[in-house]
Design a protein around this ligand. Structure first.
Ligand code: NAD
Length: 267
């Protein structure tokens, strides 16, 4: 339990699957009483709500279908969260899509556009409306040794935001952009009490990885890239997000936390 979480409202995008489902679960398990779950997939959102309802019955859950690449949709997401819960204290901007391994000359422009629209523009839109809201709200009450914070944002980047892996021109560049957007906004809004950080997962065995992100051959190679010789579990990424969002990290902003089972030690 984190006393900071017990007071606040968490908004999670990409909450219907994989890492986002675990981030949502962990906010509830760590004491958050109001969680606003966002995804394109209503089926995924309902699955996550069922998990939280059975594990954390004291947590109230609201679902919102949103396309993070669409300006009006993201604006409505924030408006709805504020209408239901009055504020946003913790945002986890986790929704993202992957691309198959394709060289630049062979990639259709619409694939590049879609990847950047969801992974990069989606982060910009979420920042824009979440920050706009956070600037308007009073910080959570200060007690014990917790500093007042007006809000915390954690973006899901990737180790692909730090290094070039595979042949993923759109995915790699979009994730580099996530780290850049995070840093720019962390500097801009630090004085306002808004902390902004990113988590950089290594290879996590989620539906994304099993779809078109990597071939079977790459999946085998991916595991071997970790000196621990294993994938990261999505709960381990969620715990990284809990650290960055919570009362243990009140002086942490503008950082990109690797949760990669050591895979990046090779780069
Ligand atoms: P996932 O496919 O299991 O989950 C992604 C979720 O995002 C899905 O529920 C999907 O419906 C949702 N989504 C996709 N586009 C959306 C949109 N436009 N608007 C709203 N929701 C949308 O994938 P995951 O592995 O859990 O990935 C989560 C995040 O972690 C992504 O940003 C991904 O790039 C990143 N990541 C994943 C890995 C990995 O190995 N799985 C590694 C590094 C980073």
């Amino acid at each position: 339990m984190d006393p900071l979480f017990e007071q606040g409202v968490a908004l999670i995008t990409g909450a219907g699957s994989g890492i986002g489902q675990q981030i949502s679960r962990y906010f509830a398990l760590r004491g958050c009483k109001k969680v606003f779950l966002v995804d394109l997939s209503t089926k995924g959102l309902e699955e996550t709500r069922n998990i939280i309802n059975s594990e954390s019955p004291a947590t109230h859950v609201t679902l919102q279908q949103t396309d993070v690449s669409n300006n009006e949709s993201v604006k409505e997401m924030v408006r709805k969260c504020v209408e239901v819960y009055g504020r946003i204290d913790f945002a986890a901007n986790n929704a993202g899509i992957a691309t198959p391994n394709i060289k630049t000359a062979d990639m259709e422009v619409k694939m590049f556009d879609r990847t950047c629209n969801v992974n990069m523009k989606g982060i910009h839109l979420c920042h824009k409306y979440e920050i706009e809201q956070m600037l308007q709200q009073e910080p959570l009450p200060v007690y014990n040794d917790y500093r007042a914070v007006r809000g915390s944002i954690v973006d899901t980047a990737s180790m692909c935001g730090r290094a070039v892996l595979g042949t993923l021109p759109a995915y790699n560049s979009s994730k580099h952009a996530v780290i850049s957007l995070m840093r720019v906004d962390a500097r801009q809004y630090a004085k306002d009490g808004i902390r902004i950080n990113a988590v950089c997962p290594g290879f996590v065995d989620t539906p994304m990885m099993r779809s078109d992100f990597l071939s079977e051959e790459h999946i085998k190679g991916a595991k071997a890239q970790s000196p621990m010789n294993r994938f990261v579990d999505s709960t381990e990424v969620a715990k990284g997000v809990m650290f960055l969002s919570g009362s243990a990290a009140t002086a942490v902003t503008g950082t990109d936390l690797m949760v990669d089972a050591g895979a990046m030690t090779f780069h």
